[in-house]
Write a protein that binds this ligand. Sequence first.
Ligand code: F3S
Length: 398
Amino acid sequence: MNEMGLNLTSEEQDMLGGKRGNATRKAMEIITTLGEIYGAERLLPVVSVQIAGVSYHNLGEAGLEYLSEMAEDGRTQVLTTLNPAGMDLLEWKKHGISDDFAVNQKRVVDAFSKMGVVTTCTCTPYLIGNLPHYGEHIAWAESSAVCFANSVIGARTNREGGPSALASALTGKTAEYGFHLEKNRVAQVGYEIRAELKTTDDFGLLGKVMGDRTGKEIPYITGVSHATTDHLRSFCASIATYGGVALFHMEGITPNRTAVPEITETVTKEDLEKARQELDDESAEIDFISVGCPHASIADIARVAELLDGKKVTEGKTVWITTAKPTKDVAIKMGYYDKIEKAGAYLVSDACCAVAPLKGRFKGLMTDSAKACFYARGKNRFDVRIRTVDECIKAAIS
Ligand code: F3S
């Protein structure tokens, strides 16, 4: 046991003592400090890491300097992928990203690459091969992915920050506290959903209602009869954004193994409609349509391609379908990319409408994502409107 009360193995002590290099020492300092703050008794090995804070727009020069320093001798110990960057790493120019921004964004990605990070930038790592299984300990940072990993997959992760996730990548360790412990994964509030949920925007609205109502409490949800991976992806993003929820249990759908709390909350069709009204800016002048928050699956892209096939995006409107690069590659192979781009829309990989430097470029965003609405309003000062994917695409071509 070291002076901080953590039981460290000799390997971990070596890392902390600098025997594995400077970056590993710094990384271990972050992990042990967090462990001390949260009363952990030991560190755990992690099998997967996902790092957020990748966009140069958010990192700035200070963040880049830190990464460059860590990249001098830091190397990843486990599979590590990145959250979206501020631009499509290949096709950024045609999306209106400036040369200056591109140069700096590439410096960020290069620093991660030097450390051995798989530089595919996505908030849905579970769709492209960074997929832990039930019960595994991981260190992920993107809030929607954290919620998905804990709830849908049943893996175990705290909501890491950029530096702590990087620290786990470089050491292969995390401190055992929070959601790594069974006792902290028990449902705290019971919900009954009395509304039919059909589309990703419906699930996003449900996440907003619940997040607004009971915040971070771990919900046990009954009454949802069916949910696809894409529905759950949308729900996770929304409930994490509006409530900071990192874990939920959905009866019959997620691998919940928890005591069931008394049902004290109900969500009705009217609640969802009210949430939609709260998100919709009546007078929004829609000039930007974005689908793919969290990053679109190949099924989403196939549907968008079908809707756009042979059509043209109306002049004055910009359409971004955002996804992971490996998914974009499949879309290219399947001919979906051509259909989307021939219509004048963009299939954008590695980035999204919230982390790209888009402030001032548009007035109003239409999206199927409640989370995208939150950031578009708060960060980019766009008006917003939430609709189904089909309605979004139809609005783009009408
Ligand atoms: Fe992903 Fe960006 Fe939405 S990181 S969850 S697409 S805001």
